[in-house]
Design a protein around this ligand. Structure first.
Ligand code: KG4
Ligand code: ZN
Length: 332
């Protein structure tokens, strides 16, 4: 079965063709980052316009490269939400038009579920149940995944998402956008010299980044007041360290609490090499089976949407041509 995946929820326009939910035939991603960089963040109207300009072109290119014809496509899978409403509608309208013209089934996919399914694009995908940590620019959540379509929210951020915190702290440090990769790069030359306080929330599986962000802001202001140089690399490392240790600690609390031995990481922040190193070390020590997608499948892409669409379709999910964008779509 060939699945066409379409992803336009934020600032990546992506088209993928995936076979049987696991084998990537094509996964074309057009990143709009260079344009949004000028503004220091994603501008929704600009994102929609770029999706409109690019989507049909990369769809044609993916079809050409795959050597498949339109009639070979068996299923159309598209991100329904959460995301930017205008951006989502571009992908959904494209998907519905194709589904109608080709008379093929259509499945709307939750973007977060898509991120989890980036781990199913392989021959030996995770077995249920597992704990998934979704860490992206919009979300930080611990989820108990019991089946392809059964999710239980265990804990989440009470304010910013981890990726968002990376982006904001990068701005404070003058490192530009997107912040995650910029902080990672600076941190490679840095040391742990600032011991940011541990993050405490009422519920053990919730997290909050506002205190950490404020600590960073005051630290920078005080250094500036004293006329001292800002040790950007050390601050970047110390911030990255604190965020990742907190993510790690909660992930293992969740694994213990729900007696599961599989941990599935998902979302853009998982592209961070220090995060990968720490999660690998601790998982090995604790005998936990760890799944992390390759970096290109951590950030937004349509292959993960195609994979999720395949498994959900096999579970009986089909959408009609009345499918609409839902910018705050929940999975629970
Ligand atoms: O999953 P994603 O591509 O988009 C959303 O669904 O939000 O994640 C984007 C987020 C951004 O906040 C970006 O700064 C962060 O992922 N990110 C990283 C790294 N690469 C991307 N954060 C830390 N380290 C990285 N290497
Ligand atoms: Zn995403």
């Amino acid at each position: 079965m060939y699945i066409l995946g379409i992803e336009t929820s934020c600032d990546e326009t992506s088209i993928a063709i995936v076979k049987d939910g696991e084998e990537i035939i094509e996964n074309l991603i057009f990143s709009q980052i260079e344009t949004h960089k000028i503004f220091g963040g994603v501008v929704p109207e600009v994102a929609s316009r770029l999706h409109m300009e690019v989507l049909n072109k990369i769809f044609k290119l993916a079809m050409e490269k795959s050597n498949l014809s339109l009639k070979d496509i068996d299923l159309i899978s598209v991100t329904q939400g959460p995301g930017l409403v205008g951006a989502l509608w571009i992908g959904i309208t494209f998907a519905k038009t194709l589904a109608y013209a080709l008379k093929k089934p259509l499945v709307g996919v939750n973007h977060l579920v898509g991120h989890i399914f980036a781990n199913f694009l392989r021959k030996d995908p995770p077995n249920f149940p597992f704990i998934s940590l979704v860490v992206s620019g919009g979300h930080t959540e611990w989820i108990l995944v019991e089946d392809y379509d059964r999710y239980r929210l265990l804990g989440k951020t009470l304010d910013d998402a981890a990726g968002e915190a990376f982006d904001k702290v990068a701005r404070l440090l003058g490192l530009g956008y997107p912040g995650g990769p910029a902080i990672e790069k600076a941190a490679e030359k840095g040391r742990l010299i600032f011991d940011f306080p541990k993050i405490k929330c009422e519920r053990e599986l919730d997290i909050s980044f506002s205190g950490l962000k404020t600590s960073m802001l005051y630290l920078i202001k005080n250094l500036q007041k004293e006329g001292r140089e800002i040790p950007i690399n050390d601050l970047a490392f110390s911030f990255q360290y604190r965020v990742i240790e907190e993510l790690l600690e909660r992930s293992f609390i969740a694994l213990n609490k729900f007696q599961t031995s599989t941990l599935v990481l998902a979302g853009g922040v998982v592209a961070n090499k220090y995060l990968q190193k720490r999660f690998s070390e601790v998982s090995k020590r604790e005998n936990i089976k760890l799944f992390m997608p390759p970096p290109i499948l951590c950030t937004d892409n349509a292959a993960m949407i195609a994979s999720a669409g395949y498994y959900l379709y096999n579970k009986g999910k089909v959408d009609g041509l009345d499918l609409s964008a839902d910018p705050s779509l929940e999975i629970f």
